[in-house]
Design a protein around this ligand. Sequence first.
Ligand code: GDP
Length: 298
Amino acid sequence: EGEAAEKPSLLGRVLGRKASTAGPRRVLDDEMLEQLEELLISTDMGVETSLRVTAAMAEGRFGQKLSSVEIKQLMAAEIARIMEPVATPMPLYQKTPQVILVVGVNGSGKTTTIGKLASQFRAAGKSVVIAAGDTFRAAAVEQLQVWGDRAGVPVLTAPEGSDPASLAFDAMTKAQESGADLLMIDTAGRLQNRADLMEELTKIVRVIQKKDPSAPHNTLLVLDATTGQNALNQVDAFQKLADVSGLVMTKLDGTARGGVLVSLADKYGLPIHAIGVGEQIDDLAPFDPKDFATALMG
Ligand code: GDP
């Protein structure tokens, strides 16, 4: 007890005191607004969204004296208001197998997220099949098999360098024949070679649609929160390559850049289905806008 001083909250840094104590009130003026904007930008919320949040917070309150607790609560409420419409769990359909195409750059946490999701689906009593569609990365395939074992879910693989679409087709056949509820298809994340990736993803979609014209039912984009505003570029890029239906934001544990989620919600309005909060199988949580906003302003 009493070793390190309590870390001041983000807001505390601006207001020069811990936000958890009421403290003296400060007038909400231009200078204060500018400081609050900078605070939000420092969480990677982006300039536009940061301005929107502070403007909404200040509306009707300019010139008033507010305590740091009040400011913290008002900002968190504004952020939660932006996030609420996008906080939706992954939709589960009656149609089986429900096909979930998983896209994202290498290192974003695709493999880990597929493993965590498989485990959650299994716990919900669903039968799951995984297709290791990143056939060019042997390590990725191995890693996916490890996660499949952990989750107790079969992982279908193909020889290194073989056509991912043909694996997807076989996986679709197996999932249909075995009456699986869900099929998750991992894909390559070589964004540096967009034309190839586009062709690959288009072909995967085309072949699975031969077996079920309504597939894929979800196209999940996995984003790494620690990349900050770069995550927005990834959304831009993948929306051009695939029909992204929802997001999973990984590595929200221990990053100060979580503000990028607000920016994403504000700019794209794509559903955030879940957040990654660690490297273990249970470290995938539903996205809770109020908790998130409070933590961000903590
Ligand atoms: P992929 O290349 O997109 O398939 O990425 P991986 O699933 O292999 O993940 C890349 C690294 O990020 C691994 O070391 C994972 O353990 C780590 N990782 C994935 N999700 C999370 C998360 O939510 N939190 C943390 N701290 N690490 C994560």
